[in-house]
Design a protein around this ligand. Structure first.
Ligand SMILES: *Cc1c(COP(=O)(O)O)cnc(C)c1O
Length: 383
């Protein structure tokens, strides 16, 4: 169907930060398939797990116990300080599970019409429930009637949330630790802490949609670790499988007890193959210095940006946390709509959201590759 409009390029091979197209030309991938291939293309540990598992067993369904799934659940819950996990096949489905948990939580409190506070410009997916949660009219256009429980408030505005304390129907707050699709919007350092305080005070569930900002992207395995908090529900996907489709909805305490046998499910969810990839991802995070590399390369990108790009008249600001990078541009000076194609011609893969160049390069990127990225960015914004 015509819901995508792909660029005129087809990639046939990937290795680390590089993709090769059908003509044999190489491209620097500063987008990682939209924050998915966080450990680089065809990471050997994950490839080996996939080969081994595909020779053993691909799928049995959740009618039976799945060894890899149980192992992954234990490891994820330990790392994230959560109690239970539901495995899905995507970010939207992880959020769907979170929204269903909230409905059951509301029932348990005899609230008939629950309200979930979500953020303007936030992005939570494209299913009916998650597009209703999404605070972007372009995602919702044409799809009314939407689910009515979401009230959108300004992001990074704690007053906007605290104003709802008198509303007895509010049961949860759902936000991204950093807004990704909105163009890398980084809230104030203590925003998430204050949101959690309000949730604790009012008995609301805190749902963090870490689909894009977790799995090492910000320099910690989970983005909210910067705030030393633990949400009630944490949704993961994108980088969790480094390219195979897997999502996870983790929950702790009361939120972890809502789903009982028969209340939710997924045929493919957490199958032996995809969980073997995610186990490989956790293996790499625990046994290599990839997080250290994110922090080093983030610092290096920032200093190179300050030295070589900051003073360009088209550049307004840099928004960066780990390797989640947004460069805000002045659309009076540069035509942002042409930048993705211009970059592609120079063998660079980026995203442009409104007036922001958005980059999510592989977390294994090297100093030499940052140098190439910086020089390509200089060329890109030179008018
Ligand atoms: C990408 C994304 C989603 C949706 O994930 P899908 O796998 O495309 O369903 C949800 N939330 C956030 C924050 C995302 O970045």
């Amino acid at each position: 169907m015509s819901n995508y409009s792909p660029l005129e390029v087809t990639f046939v091979k990937g290795e680390g930060c590089w993709l090769t197209d059908t003509k044999g030309d190489q491209y620097l991938d500063a987008l990682s398939g939209i924050g998915v291939v966080n450990l680089g293309h065809c990471h050997p540990v994950i490839t080996k797990n996939l080969i081994d598992q595909s020779q053993q067993l691909l799928h049995t369904s959740n009618v039976y116990r799945i060894g890899n799934q149980e192992k992954l659940a234990k490891e994820l819950c330990t790392l994230a300080k959560m109690d239970k996990v539901f495995f899905s096949n995507s970010g939207a489905e992880a959020n769907e599970a979170a929204i269903k948990i909230v409905r059951l939580f509301a029932r348990s409190k005899d609230i008939e019409k629950p309200v979930i506070l979500t953020a303007n410009q936030g992005f939570h997916g494209r299913t009916m429930a998650t597009l209703s949660a999404t605070g972007q009219s372009k995602v919702q256009a044409g799809f009314a009637p939407l689910m009515s429980e979401f009230i959108h408030v300004n992001y990074d505005d704690i007053e906007a949330i605290s104003d709802y304390q008198s509303n007895a129907n509010v049961v949860a707050v759902m936000v991204e630790p950093i807004q990704g699709e909105a163009g890398i919007i980084i809230p104030k350092n203590d925003y998430l802490n204050k949101v959690q305080e309000l949730c604790n005070k009012n008995g609301w569930l805190l749902i963090l949609d870490g689909v894009q900002s977790c799995m090492g992207r910000t320099g910690k395995l989970f983005a909210h670790e910067h705030n030393q908090i633990t949400p009630d529900i944490l949704c993961l996907a994108k980088g969790l499988g480094n390219g195979v489709p897997i999502g996870a909805c983790l929950a702790k305490g009361v939120a972890s007890k809502m789903l009982t046998p028969g209340t939710h499910g997924s045929t493919f969810g957490g199958n032996p193959l995809v969980t073997s990839a995610a186990l490989g991802v956790l293996d790499v995070f625990q046994n290599t210095n990839v997080l250290e590399n994110v922090n080093k390369m983030s610092e290096y990108f920032r200093s190179e940006f300050d030295n070589k790009i900051k003073n360009n008249i088209a550049v307004k600001e840099l928004r960066i946390k780990g390797l989640m990078i947004g460069i805000g541009l002045d659309s009076n000076i540069i035509d942002c709509s042409q930048l993705v194609k211009k970059a592609l011609k120079d063998n660079l893969l980026i995203n442009v959201t409104g007036t922001t160049i958005r980059m999510l390069p592989p977390l294994i990127i090297t100093k030499e590759e940052i140098d190439i990225l910086i020089s390509k960015l200089i060329k890109l914004i030179s008018t």
